[in-house]
Design a binder for this molecule. Sequence first.
Ligand code: GTP
Ligand code: MG
Length: 196
Amino acid sequence: MLKIKSVKYIKSIMDWRDAPRPVRPEVAFVGRSNVGKSSLINTLINMKNLARTSKQPGKTRTLNFFSVNEMFYLVDLPGYGFAKTSKKEQLAWQEAIEGYLLGSEQLRMLYVLVDCKVGVKNNDVQLVEWLRFKNVPFQIIATKIDRISKSARAVQAKKIVETLQLADQSDIIFFSAKNRIGRGALWGDISRRVKN
Ligand code: GTP
Ligand code: MG
């Protein structure tokens, strides 16, 4: 497993052209508001709240870059699908996220988070269709799996595979920020992506 020697918050941006220098490989995390993106990043890097989290949806409002080992960046993206966000703000985020996903030449993998209890929603399906259409490489992560039983997990996995038309359940990484399940598997995946 990758040894974490240093982690640093670098900057928050709305325009992908403002991404930090020097350019380095990036992996990013996207998903509905409150799905657990920022919590997942904190779990990965063993920090309590370097990526700011909240019970209130709509916490992350910019593209936030964290540098690991001065080797690559983790990118925390704003959540979508939060009803209380103004139309104008939603649109601004959508533009910022789409611009980043299409513009960044450093993005090695986009992790798409789905809450294992909430399941796949319409905007998740739309995102995944768009990613396929645009050839953005993505990987599904089912979050908060501490909240459901082992048997419910299998049922949810099957539903996710069907609604997002994945090849197989092995295409899903199961993750919990609470009991750190999946952390090793995810680091394994990230290390492979950011190599060279
Ligand atoms: P936005 O920034 O609003 O898009 O949300 P986010 O996707 O970054 O979610 P965040 O990490 O802020 O977590 C939202 C809430 O879910 C917080 O109350 C977290 O404590 C909780 N949460 C996140 N991950 C887990 C998990 O693995 N298990 C449990 N039980 N709760 C979690
Ligand atoms: Mg967040």
